[in-house]
Design a protein. Structure first.
Lengths: 134, 134, 134, 134
């Protein structure tokens, strides 16, 4: 089941399809789920993982908002999408930095996902600013 | 990036991994995104899609809760998971029935996703009741 | 700012306003916030609060879905509201039972909120079944 | 039931309590609910409210993330809070501007709530930058 196809089938989306935004939506959806799962696994570890739980749950909540807001195509809301992608970039980087301090397999996987999602947000923003400048 | 692997890496999950629950988590995550996108596309259609928007946004919110709650493995919360999966089954079926009334490509895709997610919830519940009975 | 007034101003709500459902919406909104805050406070306590974090985050996610789904009045989705209120009742009771085991001020406040929200869900359900039977 | 008291009871919050942040949390929680309700009422109006639904659902999703992320006090995540408050300010202003175009009672109430929430985000940000400069 493809989020990308779903966005393409929106009545207002034709030639105007932006693949970088669609990729950011898909990875933010995955990143929200991975961070939610990492926070849960961290709370079950024997050592103190409070700082990591915090970064993961914050990142999960923001990625979830991205996966919903950035997927929409009705009427447009460009300044909102831009500022939310910026917040997501900051949250993903903060979570990756914290998870990279820990050797748990779930933290390593979460850090990798967050790096990828931060990268997607940066590319989507770059594409949006390029379009505004054109 | 795999939600299933993430759940396997939880410190409390070993031989106790339940593949039917993991599948329900993954498809609920997708179904939340597809329903969110279908509601947005419906609001941009020229005809009155109010009933379909309602079923889609309700289903999206409930699937999102499922994708978060059912992914957790710390300490257990079985009765909560069961009743939430039941609510998700009802919401997915209601959304599928409504979307099946419309010819839009996004509605057809959404209906198919909802049928699949309802089926996953039913199988996950069946597995949980089988485990309780064992 | 009142959620109740907001629901009254919906174009389809006239004499059909259900005060018990509106109360459940308002308290589910508060309960989602209180449980989110209690989970965060629990993760900062020195003792092992993993079980309490789990019950709080699950309850928060489900209450949040209730505060969104049950507030809607377009076209109707009664069976979905009923099954979601039941899941919320179960989640609030499970969270209250766990929080009542701890002496932290945030846990006591959270337990009280969860008991109240479970009670609201039960009353709203009773009202809905009474209406179906009438 | 008070979100403010809940934040005060967090083990790491003592003299460090920030009333402007707590106010932003509370109003973002309300704004998420009001925008969710306004979007639902808009979809039931006879005229085309697609643009207003879009602004409301985007604003609701972002306010909801604020009400969760900004309420947390474990370990700190200041740059994330700042960029999320900025996104919330942008989303609330965009939603207020759209809702102010319509005479529906629910749109007027939603516009007022969004103006208030944007103002709270600005004040909370000002306080955070003042604290960084001190």
């Amino acid at each position: 089941m493809s989020i990308t196809d779903m966005i393409r089938e929106h009545p207002d989306v034709g030639d105007d399809f932006n693949p970088e935004l669609a990729k950011a939506v898909k990875h933010a959806m995955y990143c929200a789920a991975i961070c939610n799962s990492c926070a849960d696994a961290c709370s079950a570890e024997r050592m103190d993982m409070a700082a990591c739980i915090r970064k993961c749950v914050d990142c999960s909540d923001i990625c979830q908002a991205v996966s919903r807001v950035v997927a929409r195509r009705t009427d447009g809301n460009v300044p909102v999408i831009k500022s939310l992608l910026e917040a997501c970039f900051v949250a993903c980087r903060a979570c990756a930095e914290e998870c990279e301090r820990h050797a748990h397999a779930h933290c390593r996987r979460c850090a990798q996902m967050c790096r990828e999602c931060a990268d997607d947000c940066a590319k989507a923003l770059e594409g949006m600013y390029r379009a505004s400048a054109a």
